[in-house]
Design a binder for this molecule. Structure first.
Ligand SMILES: NC(=O)c1ccc[n+]([C@@H]2O[C@H](COP(=O)([O-])OP(=O)(O)OC[C@H]3O[C@@H](n4cnc5c(N)ncnc54)[C@H](OP(=O)(O)O)[C@@H]3O)[C@@H](O)[C@H]2O)c1
Length: 332
């Protein structure tokens, strides 16, 4: 039997490039990958290890021979692409959130609820939870499972990379403009991000910023069937390029101490505990860069209240989980 073939749609973007790195890390051969993007990137090449491979536009034959495709395009393009992939018998792993509210499409937080894929579902589309949802639910789940969770309040400090290549480029431009005493161009973000903090990631509706709404919808689906804690979030866009750091305050159902919390966090394979306060060892995006695991630390506990911080490389976390799903689905 021939090897499965994997397509990366949106290969030139922040997430697409990390999907490519994850395919390489999983030793997928150059002959077994296809890189696709918009017409703008036609003719470009991207390195796959030592080998430069072409980036192709999505023509009529784009998915011929492809087993599974990972969609990392703007959300507006995702539904049509996923539908076409499904019609052509290709697994579609959607990273855009286009299906987050669609109960017919499994929503997977890798390492947390992959078991959903073992249950019957129709179609060939799978949606991957936002990396910030993955961070929050993964960090809280060990507490919920051991002591029960009443509520959690999370402040999400998110970098420009959550706005894709446009966000990263815009922050660079604004920083250079300000350093050169020029008025910066306020595009991409709703205000200047350079040397500023913006307390809402995405447009606000009914009091909640877009990222906050996405997290609540996804957390409710992932915890469906289990007791969902009352979850509140505040998202803040910070002038860094990559990574997310979240501060979490939760109330568990029994009094706990910090050592018990640390021991419990260590039981989760998704988490990496970095917590030596005396040596200033704690999670930071600088340390989680290029690491798919979720770093947790600064654990404090008084009575039933637990506080901690968690950090991820958003694009790497999203991409790595997506590739693991694609490899699993390709075996079916
Ligand atoms: N960044 C994150 O951490 C993050 C987190 C959660 C979810 N997501 C979602 O993941 C998706 C990708 O995000 P990103 O940050 O990687 O964005 P990005 O850096 O802007 O990349 C977008 C990619 O999509 C391609 N593209 C644009 N229009 C297309 C079309 N009509 N057909 C095919 N490809 C097209 C672009 O190709 P060209 O270079 O040719 O324009 C580029 O490769 C988005 O839906 C985003 O909401 C991202």
């Amino acid at each position: 039997m021939s090897d499965p073939v994997f397509a990366v749609i949106g290969a030139t973007g922040v997430v697409g490039k990390q999907v490519i790195a994850a395919l390489l890390a999983h030793n997928v051969e150059p002959d077994d990958v296809r890189f696709l993007a918009s017409e703008r990137s036609a003719g470009e090449e991207l390195d796959y290890g030592e080998e430069p491979l072409p980036v192709e536009p999505i023509g009529p034959d784009a998915f011929r021979g492809v087993t599974a495709a990972i969609i990392a395009t703007p959300v507006a393009d995702a539904k049509a692409l996923a539908t076409r992939l499904q019609q052509e018998g290709v697994w579609a792993i959607d990273l855009t959130g286009a299906f987050r509210g669609d109960q017919a499409v499994p929503l997977i937080a890798p390492g947390l609820n992959d078991g959903l894929l073992d249950r019957a579902f129709t179609g060939r589309i799978v949606s991957v939870a936002h990396p910030v949802t993955q961070l929050i639910v993964s960090a809280l789940e060990p507490l919920r499972a051991e002591w029960g969770l009443m509520d959690a309040d999370v402040t999400i400090l998110a970098s420009a990379a959550l706005y894709g290549t446009a966000g990263v480029d815009r922050l660079s431009k604004q920083t250079a403009e300000l350093m050169n005493a020029k008025e910066p161009d306020v595009e991409t973000f709703v205000h200047r991000l350079a040397f500023n903090l913006i307390p809402a990631v995405g447009p606000i509706e009914n009091g909640l910023a877009q990222l906050e709404r996405h997290v609540l919808v996804e957390a409710a689906r992932i915890w469906a069937g289990d007791a969902m804690p009352a979850l509140t979030t505040t998202s803040v866009l910070v002038p860094t390029y990559h990574g997310v750091l979240a501060t979490i305050t939760a109330h568990v159902k029994r009094p706990v101490d910090a050592d018990a919390v640390r021991a419990q966090l260590k039981t989760s394979p998704a988490l990496k505990l970095l917590d030596v306060p005396a040596d200033n060892v704690f999670p930071m995006p600088m340390l989680s860069t290029d690491d798919a695991s979720i770093h947790v630390g600064r654990v404090r506990a008084i009575g039933q209240r637990v506080q901690l911080v968690a950090s991820i490389d958003n694009a790497v976390r999203l991409a790595d989980g997506a590739v693991e799903l694609a490899l699993k689905l390709a075996e079916r």
